[in-house]
Structures are given as C-alpha cells and as structure tokens.
Ligand binder design. Structure first.
Ligand SMILES: NC(=O)c1ccc[n+]([C@@H]2O[C@H](COP(=O)([O-])OP(=O)(O)OC[C@H]3O[C@@H](n4cnc5c(N)ncnc54)[C@H](O)[C@@H]3O)[C@@H](O)[C@H]2O)c1
Length: 340
C-alpha cells in the first residue's frame, strides 16, 4: 500500500510517516517546511528513505506533480489557534483549501483519506460553560467528556472552523464521489519531534523551557495554571491509525473523538510539577491574567466510540508523554536549539 502523509515533516506527520514505514508501508510526504522544526524532521525522513515533496498544499496545480496513492493521511495545517486570528488567508488556504485539494486528488486517484481533525471544532462558549468561573482557583476535576455528538454550533476560532469545514467537505466528497474516509477529532497530542510554541504544543514547550531554564507564564483564567487538557501520546495515535488502516475495508466513513482522556490529562500546574521532578529545574512561572478569546478552560475526550469500534485505548499516561518528550529534547539539546 502506498501512503502519502501531508504535513509529513510536522510533529504528527513525521511520527506517523516513520511509524508506518517501519511497518513496511511505502510512505511519502508532502510538506513545504513552513513550520520551524520541519527541516529537522525532514532529515529523519531522509535517513529512513522517505521522500518529501516540498510543495504548497493550497496550490492544486502543484499536487499534479505527485504520484497516485492508495491512502492519504492529511496532517497538514497551520495548527496554531491564535495564528488563525492574525493570518486568516494562510489558515484558510492551508487548512481548508488544502484539504479540498487533497479531496480532488483522492477523487481522481481513487484514494482513501484519514483526516486529522481537532477538538477545536467545538464552540468556545460551550467549553467555558462547563467550568462556569472565569477565574479557576482550584485544579479542575474531570466532569463532562466531549464526544462525537457534542454540539459544534457556535464560534470556535477560525482554525476550528477550517477543521470543521474540512470535515464537512470530506463527508460531501464521500457522498458524491464515493471517497472512503476516517476522521479523527483529536484533543492535544504530544510527544517526541514536537517543536512547541506558546499557542501550539505547550507540553513540549514547557519541558524545553524547564530543561533550558527559560521563562514561562500561566496565562488566562486568573493565571493560576489550573486549566486542564487531555494529552494523547503520539505513539498511541500511531497505533490507532495502524489499526484503522488494517480495518479500512470493513470500517470507513466514520468520525471519532480521540484523546488522552482520563488516562492522560493535566493542568499546567501539574505539568510544571512533573517537569520540575524530571528536569530537577525549578522556574519562577509568571502570571498573565488576561484570557484570550480563543482560550478554553477544559477539554477531556470521551473515547467510548473509538474504543468500541477498534478495541483501542490510549496506553500512555501524562507522565509517559512528558518523560518520552524529555528524553528526546535533552538527548538532542544542542542541535534542537535553533529550531525552538
Ligand atoms: N498537535 C496537536 O496537538 C493537534 C491536535 C489536534 C489536531 N491536530 C491536527 O493534526 C495535524 C498535524 O498537527 P501538528 O501538530 O503535526 O502540526 P505541525 O505544525 O507540527 O505540522 C504541520 C506541517 O504542515 C506543514 N505545512 C503548513 N502549511 C503548509 C502548506 N501550505 N503546504 C504544505 N505543508 C504545509 C508544516 O511545515 C508542518 O510541517 C494538523 O492537521 C492539526 O490540525 C494537532
């Protein structure tokens, strides 16, 4: 089976490409290397004989240069929520037009699609309501878990909208042209090969700054660091995708919420605590009380459906995610400096 991973030099894309190529699939990548860090990941692909096409996914003509694939795993995006307020055209072109272009290619080549969607399709007001208080003074406990039938009605960020619209285009192309698809709506994903920034990849950024004794801030919701997210280890995601590929002929045209759920979740404060333990460095964490209009206080995934269909559950705890990322970052500290 020939597989194209779009965004194949990004955090998720590289992990999936390397994982599937070790399972003897013929994997290629499409990535324009626009994310800092993608050049580092490109070298890993090269070492594993995985070819990258350095093309812009938003240009349909450029996709004509690449061969046919049996399966396209779409991991290409401008993935930062805050960026979507500043670079509206880039986000729409990469995330939405990019997916539509992939769909047109899939239609022509009769390829299947696995799409990496996001928990950001859910409206911000709905997630704010779960927590009620705008200042979160105590660490939150797991209350409501979000699943496939949670409403997507309401403002969600331009990033979130491009992901939801992409999902809808995929369903539409499937209905009209018979494209077989799977959509994984993921919460936070983390692990090795992630080049974290403040607004995307906070787990990897937190560990990196602890290793290098660089400043960090708790931001929003009173700046107590009590917001919580579930965090899926990228290896757990790779294992799920492998099962999905193997069962694609029997199970397709479905959408799943996928996340670390209760197995792996954390508040920022708890993340600090584990980082201190692992790195033996203690930082003075700053406080910025202003809450971004795009921030959410809480997100925990309900994995019931994906677990029932595939007998899959995340195996890695939040501690495993942090430890594995720490090992990668600290072992490659010198070379990684220029990418953070
Ligand atoms: N990381 C997470 O926590 C998370 C959570 C939920 C969903 N997702 C989704 O998973 C996918 C992968 O996310 P990630 O964390 O690996 O992001 P990433 O930024 O690490 O990877 C995206 C890759 O796409 C490439 N790219 C960007 N614009 C491009 C363009 N116009 N043409 C070609 N390549 C382009 C970048 O160079 C980068 O290598 C995205 O679709 C994202 O929305 C990620």
């Amino acid at each position: 089976m020939k597989i194209l991973v779009t965004g194949g030099c990004g955090f998720v894309g590289t992990n999936i490409a390397l994982f599937l190529s070790k399972k003897k699939y013929k994997v290629q990548s499409l990535d324009n290397l626009s994310r800092k860090g993608s050049k580092y990941n490109l070298n890993l692909l090269k070492k594993n004989n995985i070819k990258n096409y350095n093309l812009d996914i938003s240009k349909l003509n450029s996709l004509k240069k690449i061969p046919k694939y049996n399966l396209i795993i779409d991991c290409c995006a401008e993935a930062a929520v805050e960026v979507s307020k500043k670079k509206i055209d880039t986000v729409i072109n990469t995330n939405l037009i990019g997916t539509i272009n992939i769909l047109k290619k899939a239609k022509k080549d009769n390829s299947k699609i696995i799409f990496l969607s996001s928990s950001r399709v859910y409206p911000i007001n709905l997630l704010n309501k779960i927590v009620k208080n705008k200042k979160i003074k105590k660490t939150l406990t797991v209350k409501k878990k979000i699943n496939e039938s949670t409403s997507t009605q309401g403002a969600k960020s331009i990033y979130g909208l491009t992901k939801l619209a992409s999902e809808m285009f995929i369903e539409e192309f499937s209905y009209a042209f018979g494209i077989k698809y799977l959509i994984n709506r993921c919460g936070v994903i983390s692990g090795p090969l992630q080049f974290g920034k403040q607004d995307q990849g906070f787990v990897s950024l937190w560990i990196w700054n602890h290793i290098n004794k660089k400043n960090l801030n708790y931001i929003g919701y009173g700046a107590y660091g009590n917001q919580i997210r579930d965090v899926l280890h990228v290896n757990d995601l790779c294992n799920l995708i492998l099962i999905q590929i193997k069962k694609f002929n029997r199970i397709s045209n479905k959408l799943f919420t996928v996340g670390g759920s209760k197995k792996s979740y954390t508040s920022l404060k708890n993340l600090t605590f584990i980082c201190e333990k692992i790195t033996k460095n203690k930082l003075k964490i700053g406080k910025k009380t202003k809450t971004s209009i795009y921030d959410i206080p809480y997100y925990i995934t309900n994995n019931n459906y994906v677990s029932k269909i595939y007998k899959w559950k995340p195996k890695k705890s939040i501690y495993d995610v942090i430890k594995d990322t720490y090992i990668w970052l600290s072992n490659n500290k010198k070379i990684l400096k220029k990418y953070f």
